[in-house]
Design a protein around this ligand. Structure first.
Ligand code: 5GP
Length: 205
């Protein structure tokens, strides 16, 4: 296997359960998870530095100015960004890094890292998505409606993703996402230096 880690971008509609999918991927398979910065207020139970780095708009702007993000985007009324240093260090050390980000950010990452694996987590249907959003109980009706509207817009971007996984059964979804990543990592084009090395080694035997 080639040494450099892979970048895995996971997107999906708000409320689809992608946070849980990602947590399972990290716990079960040891992927490295990038923690984003955001200007949105913490939800109950969220801890600075665990779910997000919670920032003021001024601090976020400062990070943009200093090229501190690989990508950043505005989502609903807040800014979200992927800190550059963590991702670059992890990848350089051979670890596969998951970014759980929205569509604009995913497209931006794809432009900079054409090898990134883009996976979209979908709900089985729109009704289930709305039920899950309402069921979370942390958002107001107004925010739920905004997010459903945003989901309708995002549905047009599904076409940009390499892989679509439906989150109906959590374990199956997690297993499918892992299989996609393993499959992509095993592709010949992602193992060119390994192939070169083993050929050279065998010549010398
Ligand atoms: P939430 O407020 O529900 O935690 O996140 C809202 C949306 O922002 C989700 O779709 C989430 O994937 C996305 N998001 C989280 N972090 C980032 C980031 O660093 N960059 C971008 N572009 N989107 C992000």
């Amino acid at each position: 296997m080639d040494k450099k880690g892979h970048l895995i971008v996971i997107s999906g509609f708000s409320g689809v359960g992608k946070g849980t999918v990602v947590k399972n991927l990290v716990d079960k398979y040891g992927y490295s998870l990038s923690i984003s910065a955001t200007t949105r207020a913490p939800r109950e139970g969220e801890v600075d530095g665990r779910e997000y780095y919670f920032k003021s708009v001024a601090d976020f702007q400062n990070l943009i100015d200093y090229n501190g993000f690989i990508e950043w985007a505005q989502y609903v009324d807040n800014y979200y960004g992927t800190p550059r240093k963590f991702v670059e260090t992890e990848m350089a050390e051979g670890r596969d890094v998951i970014l759980e980000i929205e569509v604009q950010g995913a497209m931006n990452v794809k432009r900079q890292y054409p090898d990134a694996i883009l996976i979209f987590i979908a709900a089985p249907n729109a009704e289930v998505l709305k039920e899950r959003l309402a069921g979370r109980g942390t958002e107001t009706e107004e925010v739920i409606n905004k997010r459903m509207k945003r989901a309708a817009e995002e549905s047009h971007d599904i076409d940009e993703y390499d892989y679509i996984v439906v989150n109906d059964d959590l374990d199956q979804c997690v297993q499918d996402v892992n299989s996609i990543i393993v499959c992509k990592k095993c592709m010949r084009e992602n193992n060119l230096s390994f192939i070169e090395d083993i050929k050279r080694e065998l010549q010398m035997k």
